[in-house]
Design a protein around this ligand. Structure first.
Ligand SMILES: Nc1ncnc2c1ncn2[C@@H]1O[C@H](COP(=O)(O)OP(=O)(O)OP(=O)(O)O)[C@@H](O)[C@H]1O
Length: 256
């Protein structure tokens, strides 16, 4: 398993072995043999997946391959048929979505799903509520200054890119260990996509959280990922570290 193969360097001064790949040091999310279905139609056929602490994993795949279904099964808006979902050792598969958020999962769904009639600040406060807090952390406004400037504006009046920032800020307000983002670049203009990748890496570095992104834009995936997985027909069919990625092969997986 790639993620478990720690890369080590010899610290000659101390004569001890040091682990250097921070994300590979321990597993945060451990999914085993996950099956999920819509009614009688099974869509995920036994997914095994591990995400390390501080790791960014990008889940790629063509339309209809099961990316959103996996995200929904993890956060709990779609009940799992069978299998295990452990976050930091805690079993989540039978918990409600709300309990999973309290346990440290946050989810930005495809299409953002912010509350359009609520103000920007109120949207963020719905995330704070999970931790019993009321004050928006300064770090969120440093990351997304536009949300500070537009605090009193209705969420529904923001542009697509601004709504995406709001959805990420709301998710971060729940203080997650693992942030799940379903196709965050959808409908976002190319110049902002690179900025989004930079911000997500910064969020990972500053908060030491893990991120799993489902994505079809290969350049974004290569920009952000530590590791890339490919899903096809509800099975993970390919896995590669970013530095070993075979671009041609990944392009083939994504082409119709
Ligand atoms: N609510 C639903 N009821 C029944 N089948 C569904 C439902 N949602 C998705 N499916 C089916 O499940 C399969 C996987 O869909 P899913 O939305 O997970 O794909 P995806 O990889 O996220 O695609 P996209 O990139 O288009 O969002 C598809 O065959 C889809 O038609």
């Amino acid at each position: 398993m790639i993620q478990k193969s720690w890369r080590c360097t010899l610290d000659t001064d101390l004569g001890t072995v040091k682990k250097t790949a921070s994300f590979a040091q321990d597993t945060l999310l451990d999914v085993k043999n996950l099956h999920a279905a819509y009614g009688a139609s099974e869509v995920l056929h036994g997914i095994d997946l591990q995400i390390g602490r501080g790791e960014i994993v990008v889940l790629m795949g063509r339309n209809g391959m099961g990316k959103s279904t996996l995200m929904k099964s993890l956060i709990g808006t779609l009940p799992v048929r069978s299998g295990e979902i452990r976050l930091d050792g805690k079993e989540l598969a039978r918990l409600s979505a709300c309990e999973r958020v309290k346990a440290g999962l946050a989810y930005v769904p495809q299409g953002r799903m912010i509350f359009p009639a609520m103000t920007v600040k109120e949207n963020i406060e719905t995330g704070l509520f999970v931790r019993g807090k009321t004050r928006v952390p300064a770090q969120l406004y440093e990351l997304f200054p536009v949300l500070n400037e537009m605090g009193d504006r209705r969420g529904g009046n923001l542009s697509g890119g601004q709504q995406q920032q709001l959805a990420i800020a709301r998710a971060l307000a729940t203080e997650p260990k693992l942030l799940l983002l379903d196709e965050p670049t959808e409908g976002i203009q190319p110049s902002i996509i690179h900025e989004m990748a930079r911000k997500l890496r910064r969020i990972r570095d500053e908060n030491q959280l893990s991120i799993m992104v489902s994505e079809q834009v290969l350049s974004f995936a290569l920009d952000i990922a530590d590791r890339i997985l490919v899903i096809e027909g509800g099975n993970i069919v390919h896995e590669t570290l970013r530095e070993d990625a075979d671009i041609e092969r990944l392009t083939q997986f994504l082409s119709v």
